[in-house]
Design a protein around this ligand. Structure first.
Ligand SMILES: [Zn+2]
Length: 425
């Protein structure tokens, strides 16, 4: 790649505290100067007209579906969707086939992902085959490059296994990412238990199925000193438990998805299977609690739980449809529209939840927008509105409830290593 000069770039960097319009010169994947650089002769120049340049966004909860479910998504299509959505890194969940429970699978994923602009960070299983019976070889998995451990898609039910996993993962300073759900209480339901489920008659999942599991895990994390990360928090009760646990020093972090801070269970009343996900869309009080949790720092990260399914799989009766929606290309738009414009988060706080915090939780290198640092950047224009047309999605799947919606903050592109992927020319 030749040198690139980004003119009139509005840097927003929570780490260095930089916030202002300037010029950035990038050479061979490194920020070589900021301010008024003397430009080399073969420089590509882009006038950003005060568009935002932020540290590269990291989605810590993505299902890339490879290996095993390549009809839904592949590493190639998933990372293309991530780049289009403004992400330079994605953590991929281990509910693949085979699951990510051996060094061999991790190596094959890293190998297949090596040429792409978006970094792929494998999350390995906590238990062998994700069966919840015995511990996976955590040392071997950490060695091979796992950034965290999770049986996502399912919880670790056995408390003794969870306790041992907490203690063991601590040796590598890696978090356990829990899909917090008491399956017995969830009772094969598919939507939030409340007035809407009473109306539709769809089988319900009570909020307490989440809070019970979060409560148990917090006690185990406190007892062991382990690192606990709660996936896709959806209930007011879980937010409150996490808030209290943080106050007493439990090493807990949490993420929320854009759909949980944007939609409520009212969206399920039309039986659109693109409103079916786990945990389910909750009620207005839960949604407000998620926003408050994001605002006061109880919830550290915004993560998509990007869960692609092929059209024929979602085109079935609601109860038979698989859980999950795609989310990589709408996450930044929803964050800006639902949280930043209404003043729930400042732009800097939104960048922290999309970049700084998820990277810290996963133990990744801190991104600093300073000369000499690698150019790992997300570029978006707050003044440019755009409309999401799922037909143009880079994902292999089309399962989204946000088709046709308009958003602020058009993604201009990403920089990562020597890649410069532009969405706008
Ligand atoms: Zn999950």
């Amino acid at each position: 790649m030749t040198s690139v000069l980004l003119q009139n770039a509005h840097i927003v960097d929570p780490v260095t505290g930089r916030d202002g319009v300037t010029n950035i010169l990038i050479e061979d994947g490194t920020i070589s100067s900021i301010g008024d650089p003397s430009t080399p002769s073969s420089v590509q120049t882009f006038d950003l007209k005060e568009a935002i340049v932020a540290p590269g966004f990291c989605d810590m909860h993505v299902h890339l579906r490879e290996p095993g479910y390549e009809h839904k998504e592949t590493i190639a299509t998933g990372t293309a969707a991530a780049a289009a959505g403004g992400f330079t890194a994605v953590a991929c969940m281990p509910n693949t086939d085979p699951p990510i429970d051996s060094a061999e699978v991790i190596r094959s994923i890293l190998d297949r992902a090596s040429g792409f602009a978006v970094d792929v960070l494998p999350v390995a299983t906590i238990t062998r085959k994700r069966e919840g019976e015995e511990l996976a070889p955590l040392a071997e998995l950490a060695d091979a490059g796992a950034v965290a451990f999770s049986d996502d898609g399912a919880p670790v039910v056995n408390s003794q296994l969870m306790r041992i996993a907490f203690e063991y993962a601590l040796m590598f300073n890696k978090p356990l990412i829990q899909h917090a759900e008491d399956l017995a209480l969830a009772n094969n339901g598919c939507v939030h238990e409340g007035t809407v489920s009473a109306r539709t008659g769809l089988p319900p999942i009570p909020s307490v199925s989440e809070t019970v599991m979060v409560a148990r895990d917090l006690l185990l994390a406190e007892y062991t000193g382990g690192l606990y990360h709660v996936s896709h928090v959806s209930t007011a009760g879980a937010v409150e438990l996490i808030r209290e646990a943080k106050k007493r020093g439990v090493r807990v972090t949490a993420e929320a998805t854009p759909h949980h801070f944007t939609l409520t269970d009212e969206a399920t009343a039309g039986f659109d299977t693109n409103t079916k996900m786990k945990p389910p869309l909750r009620n207005r009080d839960d949604l407000e609690a998620i926003k408050e949790g994001l605002r006061d720092g109880t919830i550290d990260a915004i993560a998509t739980d990007h869960a692609p399914h092929a059209p024929h799989e979602k085109l079935v009766e609601y109860t038979y449809a698989p859980f999950g929606i795609i989310g990589l290309e709408t996450a930044v738009g929803l964050t800006l529209r639902e949280l930043v414009l209404p003043g729930v988060l400042t732009l800097v706080e939104a960048v922290e939840k999309l970049s700084t915090n998820p990277r810290r939780i996963l133990g990744l290198r801190e991104i600093r927008l300073e000369p000499g640092e690698p150019a790992n950047l997300t570029l978006f224009d707050m003044n440019r509105q755009w409309t999401f047309d799922v037909a143009t999605s880079r994902s292999k799947s089309r399962n989204t409830p946000f088709h046709g919606e308009s958003f602020p903050g058009k993604i201009i592109g990403i920089f990562n290593r020597t890649h410069f992927i532009r969405q706008i020319t």
